[in-house]
Write a protein that binds this ligand. Structure first.
Ligand SMILES: Cc1cc2nc3c(=O)[nH]c(=O)nc-3n(C[C@H](O)[C@H](O)[C@H](O)COP(=O)(O)OP(=O)(O)OC[C@H]3O[C@@H](n4cnc5c(N)ncnc54)[C@H](O)[C@@H]3O)c2cc1C
Length: 452
């Protein structure tokens, strides 16, 4: 691809990382962002305070040469700490190798660092307070509102890369369902954030080496550590219904609900009722599109193309993987933008659909199945099988979180075969000692080819 000019809409996680990569190729990048500069204005209503970054995200940050700028923002987590109803805790390791950890990272800190990296390249111009208000597919133009100057102007999309998030104005402006416009499926469960502050002398009040979960069947509370010693808590809960955000409509009901369900967390939470009343309820959903590009004029990327629910901690990781894939497709010196967008879409759309499905499934696992002894047995067995067949049987969670070289679509496909095998091998069995591992290995060798 020859050197060119490109407009990126949205200076969030995806848009800022993509700016770094395209500018490195010598392209002139104009990045338009709706918000005021978050580095000056502070974080203005980001969607979550911290995020899980795993192998795909780290690979992308390294690929862009910016990992050293963000590494200090990350807190490693080696497993899930399950908090039972009776207050008992149990650590379930995510992987079985030393480097098989995931990381908690501040969304605002990461976004600011990536904006710094983009701005450091003279090929990038970042313009804040520039909001796309509409996209006109016939004319291939975007109408932008300049909130700083108070006027509107049109820009030519040639090309425009829309990284304007799950509620993408550009995607929604495309009315033709056979083209780009996608489906937006709300989950019916929403979330609210609370906080556990650092204890005396800035010390964590719970183990910072784990992602804490209070699984309660139909809903769950989770906590991720921050480098400053505090935790961000998120309640994932039905939006409507008998026990839901809508039903907890008084301080007394909120307090009773937490005392009944999260007894061990309550004494640690900072101003439960004050935070509950001031923090918004965020919606969750999945966006799927038939296509992500309009010829060589427009491409949707990141959440704008494929928002997924957060239960596998993969939305940003997938958006970062998009940036790497697009960058690699641009290696072809003869490709025009239409070809680049087409190849990119072909490579990533099945992956986005696969992780969208797996993220939905993982909500059930996190809020419910993790407490099931059969789940624990199958996890133990899958680790045992991975030790025997490291190139053939890799637990699905590990393929998604630790193996960026295995695509999400492959992880889904192999994961289905593995799940059936695990169910067969553990049927009517309550302990791993009762499973003939040699026999299991033989069965797997006949049904599952090696990964690479
Ligand atoms: C509760 C929750 C927890 C999550 N946890 C994880 C996790 O642990 N791990 C993970 O990988 N992912 C997680 N995600 C998903 C992750 O937040 C997204 O996948 C990621 O932010 C996508 O990046 P993006 O740049 O595509 O979109 P966004 O981060 O939404 O960025 C879009 C940018 O575009 C700007 N913008 C929007 N509209 C316009 C407009 N009209 N004009 C100009 N600019 C505009 C916005 O201001 C923003 O800066 C979570 C999401 C939620 C809701």
């Amino acid at each position: 691809m020859k050197k060119d000019s490109v407009t990126i809409l949205g200076g969030g996680l995806c848009g800022s990382l993509l700016s770094v990569l395209l500018a490195r190729r010598g392209m002139k990048v104009t990045l338009l962002e709706r918000r005021p500069d978050p580095r000056k204005a502070g974080d203005v209503g980001g969607r979550s305070i911290n995020l899980v970054v795993s192998a795909r995200g780290i690979h992308a940050l390294k690929h862009a040469g910016v990992f050293d700028k963000v590494e200090s923002l990350m807190v490693p987590m080696a497993g899930r700490m399950i908090h039972d109803d009776d207050g008992a805790t149990e650590l379930q390791a995510y992987g079985q190798k030393e480097d098989e950890v995931i990381h908690s990272v501040s969304r605002g800190g990461l976004n600011n660092a990536l904006l710094d990296c983009a701005e450091a390249d003279s090929n990038v111009t970042i313009r804040f307070e520039q909001e796309a208000v509409s996209y006109y597919p016939e004319e291939k133009t975007v109408r932008v509102r300049d909130h700083a100057k108070g006027n509107d102007y049109d820009i030519n999309a040639s090309p425009l890369i829309a990284a304007d998030g799950a509620g993408s104005v550009v995607r929604r402006a495309l009315a033709d369902p056979d083209k780009l416009s996608g489906t937006e499926e709300l989950l019916g469960h929403s979330y609210k954030e609370l906080a556990i502050p650092a204890g005396a002398d800035g010390i964590f009040q719970m183990d910072p080496g784990a992602l804490h979960i209070w699984p309660r069947g139909g809903y769950m509370l989770i906590a991720l550590p921050n480098p400053e010693g505090d935790f961000t808590l998120t309640l994932f809960f039905p939006s409507e219904g008998e026990l839901s955000f809508a039903s907890l409509d008084s301080d007394q009901k909120v307090a009773d609900f937490f005392d009944t369900n999260f007894e061990d967390a309550v004494p640690l939470i900072d101003d439960l009722l004050g935070t509950w009343n001031s923090n918004p309820v965020g919606i969750l959903g999945t966006v799927r599109c038939k296509h992500w590009h309009d010829g060589g004029d427009l491409l949707l990327i990141g959440d704008a193309a494929h928002a997924v629910v957060p239960f596998h901690g993969q939305g940003m990781n997938l958006a970062f993987e998009d940036c790497v894939v697009l960058d690699q497709v641009l290696d072809n010196p003869d490709a025009d933008w239409e070809t680049v967008f087409e190849v990119f879409e072909k490579e990533q759309i099945a992956n986005a659909n696969a992780i969208a499905d797996m993220a939905l499934e993982n909500y059930i696992e996190m809020r419910d199945t993790v407490r099931d002894p059969q789940y624990v047995l199958r996890k133990e067995l899958s680790f045992a099988l991975e030790r025997r067949l490291p190139n053939r049987f890799i637990p699905r969670y590990s393929m998604i979180m630790f193996h960026n070289e295995i695509s999400y679509a492959t992880a889904q496909e192999r994961g289905d075969v593995q799940q059936r095998l695990l169910e067969e091998l553990t049927e009517g069995i309550d302990s791993i000692d009762k499973i003939d591992i040699d026999e299991a290995v033989k069965i797997i060798e006949t049904r599952l080819p090696p990964v690479h």
